[in-house]
Design a protein around this ligand. Structure first.
Ligand code: AMP
Length: 280
């Protein structure tokens, strides 16, 4: 496994790889890896000849009051997990090299970025789209893999690739969960024992919504009320949003015709967690 920090070196490596006719699969991450990341790496190894994973805590996607400086890091453990998952290249650029002084070009996916998480995290998806576009220009992947846990992010990246004619296939993979159902996330490491127990309310809310939907209820408000009640019963939880919305546009739905996205963001103590499910 190769470790590359230099942007130009990564570009040259990708150019050389592509000249041999090999395809590149790419998994962008912010590190502090878990089995959710590993599932993307396994799939990446299946669909591409060469597997590149990036590790970068991207300053552009954090708000001024968010956890950029405290975001968990363990590069040694990440390298071991990458090796176990047959990663060929770990690309680990310095944030200052990605955003040198004078940097001023950003990508805005206008409508999709201003719903759900975009409302409570202004500028977040602008930062995500910009760094992913930069990483695509550096790594030059044929295929890039994203997790369904960050459903809005994956949808936005797909839209960016489509709108800007980026020559890359985007694959979205299912959410990997802990044994009790909590979606795996690097931020789960912030939770103390009591908060960890409380965090299961997100999955319980999803299960409740799914039960009601499976019993034939199609009224979004009726589903939302029950889902919100599950979270409200948990004293450590504060709802950011719980929404039933269109799976493509993220516009709120009153009635579910065919299928819908149930998306939620909940603060457990100081930790903001997200989860989602497709109803239908
Ligand atoms: P992050 O390091 O949190 O930026 O995540 C890097 C990639 O891993 C993103 O595409 C995430 O959607 C994906 N990912 C994170 N958590 C999970 C999970 N529990 N299941 C599947 N994919 C995940």
């Amino acid at each position: 496994m190769k470790l590359i920090a230099d942007i130009k070196e990564m570009q040259l490596f990708s150019n050389a790889t592509k000249k041999t006719g090999k395809t590149i699969a790419f998994v962008p991450t912010m590190g502090f890896l878990h089995d959710g990341h590993a599932s993307l790496l396994k799939k990446g190894k299946e669909v591409g000849d060469l597997l590149v994973m990036s590790i970068l805590v991207n300053p552009a996607q954090f708000g001024p009051k968010e956890d950029f400086t405290s975001y968990p890091k363990d590069i040694k453990r990440d390298m071991a997990l990458a090796e176990d998952n047959n990663v060929d290249v770990v690309f680990n650029p310095a944030a200052d090299d990605m955003y040198p002084a004078g940097f001023q070009t950003f990508i805005d996916i206008e409508k999709l970025s201003n719903r759900l998480c975009g409302l409570s995290r202004p500028g977040h998806f602008r930062g995500v789209a910009t760094v992913v576009a930069k990483l695509f220009n550096i790594v030059k992947p044929d295929i890039a893999l994203f997790g369904g846990k960050d459903f809005q992010q994956a949808r936005i990246i797909k839209k960016m690739a489509q709108d800007l004619n980026m020559d890359v296939d985007i694959i979205t993979m299912p959410t990997i969960r802990e044994a009790d159902g909590l979606a795996m996330s690097s931020r789960n490491s912030y939770l103390n024992k009591e908060e960890r127990k409380a965090a299961i309310c997100l999955y319980n809310a999803i299960k409740k919504a799914r039960d009601i939907f499976d019993n034939g209820v199609r009224d979004a408000d009726a589903i939302l009320k029950e889902a919100r009640n599950i979270i409200k019963r948990e004293p450590l939880a504060v709802i950011d949003y719980v929404k039933v919305c269109d799976i493509d546009t993220f516009e709120d739905l009153d009635t579910i015709e065919d299928r819908a996205l149930l998306a939620l963001a909940v603060k457990i103590g100081k930790t903001r967690l997200i989860d989602n499910d497709i109803l239908g």
